[in-house]
Ligand binder design. Structure first.
Ligand code: ZN
Length: 590
């Protein structure tokens, strides 16, 4: 093992950053291909029999090339902006990327409408033909989703009106939030900065931040009542015209999962909540209070002071990965060697972390700021998990590489779990171990209680919104009730304005940005349990599972690779038992 550099190499993809001539040429060529695609779709008529599939084949081919090139371009631009937030040229590239993305989206919507017109029998035999067989799931999905929508003219009217209607309410929300500020210790903080104080070890700091945030959100909440009611009103009106009764139809379709799976998951979680009640009591005791409040749930119990240099962190990750999968370990080693990771701590970088893939080059890049703490080692492992997921999909047709949010976190959570578990086992002291374990338990509480509250609130809010506008008071009430239920009445104070402060309720790209998190977490728990049970032979099974994430429903994925039925509680029971074992270790130690 050599010494790994902490900065990434972007030049090997396009030389010269945001001034790159290679990039310019690449985008120019992509635009020409886009013109070709649009022209082909314009003259596309539904094939009458399976001998007339040449045109469809040609469209599918160019679609895959264009979408691959747009991902490559988009990934490069997000890396440029992330490494230097001042890079103005990167922003200009960003708008170019959005423009091309919208063009592709419109072209494909048009294509889908032609697919709908193909006779069912022709369609079935067509999907069994060589060029389409491999991507039949995705093609079929596009066709049946298009069938559930309105005719093309109406859908494009909705899309066009949505720019200044639906999506505009989401943007209005962002603009209003950016104007909010909070005074703390004579300093003016943004709401984001003030929210960071909610993790402070000192309870009085947390309490002050919480109270001031409540006050600020409370004062502004009438504005957010407007934006949220209009945004959801637009969504419901669209659903009504499409004759969609269930507000969960869109998110469930998007996540390729059934309502029965979702119900089985929440029902099992609800049964398991009682096990977390003693933990909440214990945590309150450790913090020296009677009962936890909303702002205490994620408070740290102490500091894990075990630090690892970047080299140590890299070596630790590679070593732990190797115990589960030599291929995953080799991949991580290569990513460090080839400088696919930007981890340096320096000013001017974007906060947070991500992994992005370059499907045309078959590479990935990871972005984060490495601090040496156990959580930054875990983040690095998490992002490497994402990168590995992409790596095993590199050889697949582009259309089969798209996976939804609920399975997107599978490989990352799995990788993170391997490293977090090893860190607990190798903790230097009992106190250290306690902090690391508590971190794991806290994650479960977030997925089972916090995310559940969001889901309960959102479902009930949308039902009431169908009857008319929902007032601020009622929104606060719905939120508090959802939290009381989700946290099984364990808390002293709740967060009534959470519906206003949490961005996820105001996002228009993906509705119900909550339950996929919990699904992804428990799904990877189930995989982790299987990996421990099967041992070294699991490596190939794991790769096969990841490769199927873009071409089947989650129920089929679980049935095929884990031999379990997600619509039954057994699988969820198994995954939750694994979470309980951390909880028990924590309770024993405390
Ligand atoms: Zn992730």
């Amino acid at each position: 093992m050599g010494t790994y550099e902490m900065t990434w190499d972007l030049d090997s993809i396009f030389h010269g950053g945001s001034d790159s001539n290679e990039l310019k040429e690449y985008v120019r060529k992509t635009e020409r291909l886009m013109d070709d695609l649009e022209a082909s779709i314009r003259t596309f008529t539904p094939p009458k029999n399976t001998d007339q599939t040449e045109k469809l084949n040609q469209i599918v081919e160019i679609t895959q090339v264009v979408s691959k090139r747009l991902s490559e371009f988009g990934a490069f631009v997000s890396c440029l902006s992330a490494q230097n937030v001042q890079d103005r040229k990167a922003n200009m590239w960003q708008s170019k990327r959005s423009e091309l993305g919208a063009r592709l989206g419109n072209a494909l919507t048009e294509m889908d409408q032609v697919l709908v017109q193909i006779d069912d029998d022709v369609w079935k035999s067509l999907l069994n033909q060589a060029p389409f067989q491999a991507i039949s799931f995705v093609l079929n999905e596009r066709r049946s989703l298009a069938k559930d929508k309105l005719e093309v003219g109406k859908e494009s009217l909705i899309n066009d009106l949505g720019v200044d209607g639906y999506h505009a309410w989401g943007q209005m929300y962002d603009a209003l939030v950016a104007k909010l500020s909070i005074e703390m210790n004579g300093e003016k903080l943004s709401v984001g900065q003030a929210s960071n104080q909610l993790d402070d070890p000192d309870r009085s700091v947390r309490k002050e931040a919480f109270d001031k945030l409540q006050e600020t959100w409370g004062e502004a909440s009438d504005l957010f009542t407007e934006t949220l009611n209009h945004l959801s009103g637009f969504r419901l009106q669209t659903y009504k015209h499409r004759r969609w009764e269930n507000v969960l139809k869109e998110p469930l379709d998007y996540n390729r999962m059934s309502q029965r799976t979702l119900d089985a998951m929440w029902e099992t979680i609800t049964k398991y909540k009682k096990h977390y009640v003693p933990y909440m009591k214990k945590k309150a005791e450790k913090l020296g209070i009677e009962r936890l409040s909303f702002y205490d749930v994620e408070a740290p119990l102490g500091e894990a002071n075990q630090k690892m240099s970047f080299q140590e962190g890299a070596a630790f990750i590679i070593q732990q990965f190797r115990k589960f999968s030599p291929k995953m370990a080799d991949f991580a080693e290569m990513a460090f060697e080839k400088r696919w990771i930007e981890a340096e701590d320096r000013p001017g970088k974007q906060p947070g972390g991500f992994c992005t893939s370059f499907p045309d080059s078959g590479e990935t890049r990871i972005f984060m700021t490495y601090s040496g703490s156990p959580s930054s080692v875990a983040t690095l492992a998490h992002e490497l998990g994402h990168a590995y997921h992409q790596h095993v999909m590199d050889e697949l047709p582009e259309l089969n590489q798209g996976y939804a949010m609920n399975v997107a976190e599978t490989a990352s959570t799995f990788a993170e779990m391997i490293v977090a578990d090893a860190a607990v086992k190798e903790a230097a002291s009992e106190a250290e171990k306690l902090v690391l374990l508590e971190d794991k338990v806290q994650r479960s509480v977030a997925f089972f209680m916090n995310i559940h509250a969001r889901f309960l609130f959102e479902t009930r809010f949308y039902e009431e919104r169908k009857q008319g506008v929902v007032s601020t008071e009622r929104l606060n009430e719905l939120m508090t009730e959802a939290q009381q239920e989700a946290y099984v009445q364990t808390l002293d104070e709740y967060d009534p304005t959470f519906w206003a402060s949490k961005l996820h309720f105001h996002i228009t790209d993906v509705p119900f940005y909550n339950f996929p998190y919990t699904f992804g977490y428990l799904f990877s728990m189930g995989i982790y349990a299987k990996a421990i049970e099967v041992g070294p032979a699991f490596e190939e099974q794991y790769i096969a599972l990841l490769q199927d994430t873009g071409r089947m429903t989650v129920e089929d994925l679980a049935k095929k690779h884990l031999d379990v039925d997600l619509e039954k509680q057994d699988f969820w029971v198994h995954a939750l038992d694994l979470c309980l074992s951390d909880l028990e270790s924590f309770m024993d130690l405390v």
